[in-house]
Design a protein around this ligand. Structure first.
Ligand SMILES: *Cc1c(COP(=O)(O)O)cnc(C)c1O
Length: 451
């Protein structure tokens, strides 16, 4: 038994437990890091230079045999859990059939099936169509392309603290300069950043925050010049900012009244992470377009733009596509993810994780005044850290806590414009016991700040 633990040969043999057996990083990781620094540019950095060998469920295991509780899930990609059996078998079967023919030359069924599933599970009871791409940023780019073609307008509105990607257009749409934009310009034009709703920092009601956003866009741009407004229903990199009640519906109403395509970037918040297929459902909005990527295919790269059929059909034939876009192996994995959400009742798991984690985080807030805010929905929760007694951002505490947690076998991710948020976005496969154990480590980390 112990031998199996030391050298699991199959991922399914990885016991769901935390186990630290070397210094972090261990000697093998240190050696790999040296090789990496010689050949990989520093611009590609890693939060924790621990090299991963295997993973299963909510546990990742490094080359030195350390096992970590993964509360980041590769930024919300492994929603279904690492090395999920259904995903592996669907992708493996497709690998043996064909790996590429290119949908825009000779099509195949799995692409069509993913489009059917997205039409069925995105909000809204109307005809929808989907174009598949490779990455989240590529989905955002295509959504803007289509909205421009449909409206005949060029303006793109986004919100403060948004994150939409690292390509040229999506850098322009992303809020935070460092590290995403600094020195990488010039950026695409006609992109307009408007104030968002950030209840912890602005104290505004949804109606007042929406009035502020709309007033800004009407004064600074003019509604009739806007092709689209792109919003994350819960902001991801921006710090899991949940807008005040009524904010998103008011924006949607304004978009509809002014012929502006209302686009929900659900790349981080979608695919069952919040206990609904898409987080838009929690806020009572039905976007004209929904963007999905991260969690959609159990770690394989695929992304979708799903929207009202009449909008999606605005592009002429040949206007949309890409060599690897809608890759059949990734598409098969996506179908397995959708099937698993249904057959294993995974929508309920987001709510279970919220029930296990949120009261524990609120209890820690009572205990430690460095926690200014606890927020989020389902398996998309966060704490915002401040200088005690103020709302001044406290990124130093976040760095100390994530470093402490890594040393103790818990992978925690930061977020936020000021880097002062810790986000919890574990896989839906994580047990209540592992969550409780991770909370214990977080408690110790918070206590260590004070000593
Ligand atoms: C990650 C992310 C993107 C970009 O996706 P990539 O696959 O990294 O290009 C865009 N929008 C949101 C909300 C994201 O979280």
């Amino acid at each position: 038994m112990t031998d199996t633990l030391a050298t699991p040969t199959k991922t399914a043999e990885i016991v769901q437990e935390r186990r630290i057996v070397t210094a972090i990083p261990g000697p093998k990781s240190v050696a790999l890091q040296e090789r990496r620094l010689a050949v990989v540019p520093v611009g590609v950095s890693s939060a924790l230079p621990v090299y991963i060998e295997r993973a299963h469920g909510a546990i990742v295991i490094d080359v030195d045999g350390n096992q970590f509780i993964d509360l980041g899930a590769g930024i919300g990609v492994m929603t279904i859990g690492h090395t999920d059996e259904a995903v592996i078998s669907a992708a493996s079967a497709q690998l043996g059939a064909f790996t590429h023919v290119m949908f825009t030359i000779t099509p195949y069924e799995s692409y069509v099936r993913v489009a059917e599933l997205l039409a069925e599970h995105t909000p809204g009871d109307f005809a929808k169509k989907t174009v598949l791409l490779n990455s989240g940023a590529e989905a955002v780019e295509n959504a803007v392309k289509i909205a421009r073609k449909y409206t005949g307008r060029t303006g793109v509105a986004v919100l403060d603290h948004a994150y939409h990607g690292r390509t040229n257009l999506t850098m322009a749409m992303t809020f935070k300069s460092m590290p995403y934009k600094l020195g990488f310009g010039p950026f695409a034009s006609d992109v307009h950043h408007a104030p968002n709703s950030y209840p912890f920092r602005d104290g505004l009601s949804g109606a007042d925050a929406a009035a502020r956003t709309i007033a800004y866009l009407e004064k600074a741009v003019g509604a009739s010049d806007l092709a689209c407004l792109v919003v994350e229903p819960i902001q991801g990199e921006g710090g899991f900012v949940v807008p005040a009640d009524g904010y998103l519906p008011a924006l949607q109403e304004w978009c509809t009244a002014n012929g502006i395509v209302f686009i929900a970037d659900e790349i981080q918040s979608g695919m069952a992470r919040t206990g609904a297929y898409f987080a838009s459902e929690h806020f009572g909005v039905v976007p004209d377009m929904v963007l999905s990527a991260k969690g959609i295919a159990g770690g394989l790269p695929i992304a979708g733009v799903t929207g009202r059929a009449e909008i999606m059909d605005a592009s002429h034939p040949g206007g949309l596509g890409g060599t690897f876009a809608g890759n059949p192996v990734a598409a098969s994995a996506a179908i397995a993810v959708f099937d698993s959400i249904e057959s294993r009742g995974l929508l309920a798991e987001g709510a279970r994780i919220e029930r296990a984690l949120k009261p524990a985080l609120l209890a820690l807030q009572q205990k430690y005044d460095v926690i200014g805010d606890v927020r989020g929905i389902g398996a998309m929760l966060a704490i915002e850290l401040v200088r005690p007694g103020t709302t001044e951002p406290n990124p130093t505490a976040v760095s100390a806590i994530t470093a402490f947690a890594a040393q103790h076998g818990v992978l925690l991710l930061n977020a936020g414009t000021w880097g002062n948020v810790i986000r919890f976005l574990p896989s839906l496969a994580i047990s209540d016991a592992l969550l409780a154990e991770a909370i214990g480590v977080l408690d110790d980390a918070l206590a260590s700040l004070e000593s």
